[in-house]
Design a binder for this molecule. Structure first.
Ligand code: IPE
Ligand code: IPE
Ligand code: MG
Length: 261
């Protein structure tokens, strides 16, 4: 197809991808494991940090795309508990990048009516990162569009253990009766309390694993794996994942015939 740019700057081919989306069948919550920054940089003979810096554009693209489509929740895995074990130079660079990105993107978040949220062990982040994060969270707290949750110093097992500790404490204080603990009650002790489970989870870079991300919340999510390395991920790739999601039959244990009734 002829690859000319339209007035909006999108190519005809790109427009047709977006046009394939069924707008009343969009997920409410999409979660993404943004992976492949290091390999992207290596392919270019550059440092891993160069890959992380170039991943920011992809974050902007998917956030904007999700906000434009009216998706309610987007959760991005930005830094795992296990990522603290990377070389100090990389960890320090990631923390610095986080601060500079939050400060440079705050305006765009306001413009797109995006509310920032963070899940994970915030206390383990350096003070200046915590401060910058809190500032942006409070600045965007009145926005009513997309809720963008950044998973920072996050791992699902950490989150589940924290929930268990808090429930145990509540039982000790007689504010919770063990008999009353249900799926819903347990969910309310997780960092994602109040946020519906993701209907779709995307992982880039060709890795087929969950890496300690939202283990409880992904129980019935559709999983989509893309070969694209995160810094190359664009709106059109996000639309492709959504289109694929829309072609799936979500049975939740039932038979296909039952769903058609
Ligand atoms: C994802 O890219 C970003 C973070 C985990 C912070 P990686 O840094 O894991 O990139 P690869 O997987 O080594 O290519
Ligand atoms: C998962 O990516 C964490 C983030 C994307 C932040 P990793 O690249 O750290 O995952 P593994 O260790 O290869 O599974
Ligand atoms: Mg990786």
């Amino acid at each position: 197809m002829e690859d000319f740019k339209t007035k909006t700057g999108r190519t005809v081919e790109d427009m047709s991808i977006k046009d394939q989306l069924i707008l009343d069948k969009l997920p409410r919550h999409v979660a993404i494991i943004m992976d492949g920054n290091g390999r992207w940089a290596k392919q270019r003979g550059n440092s891993r940090v160069f890959g992380h810096k170039n991943g920011v554009k992809a974050v902007r693209e998917v956030t904007e795309a999700a906000a434009e489509l009216g998706i309610d929740y987007l959760t991005l895995y930005a830094f795992s508990t296990e990522n603290w074990n990377r070389p100090k130079i990389e960890v320090d660079a990631l923390m610095a990048l986080l601060v500079s990105t939050i400060s440079s993107e705050a305006k765009t978040l306001m413009k797109n009516n995006v509310k920032l949220n963070a899940i994970g062990c915030k206390e383990s982040l350096p003070d200046h990162v915590q401060k910058q994060l809190e500032n942006c969270i409070s600045e965007t707290s009145k926005n009513t569009g997309l809720t963008l949750s950044l998973a920072l110093s996050y791992s699902s097992r950490w989150e589940i253990v924290e929930a268990v500790k808090n429930i145990a404490q509540a039982i000790k204080e007689n504010t919770v009766d063990p008999e009353d603990i249900t799926n819903e009650v347990f969910s309310n002790y997780l960092t994602t309390a109040g946020i519906p489970d993701p209907e779709l989870m995307i992982r880039t870079s060709g890795e087929h694993r969950i890496s300690n991300f939202l283990l409880w919340q992904l129980a019935y999510s559709e999983l989509y794996f893309s070969e694209i390395l995160w810094p190359d991920f664009r709106k059109e790739d996000f639309y492709r994942a959504l289109i694929d999601f829309q072609s799936r039959e979500r049975r939740f244990g039932k038979t296909s015939d039952q769903l058609k009734k």
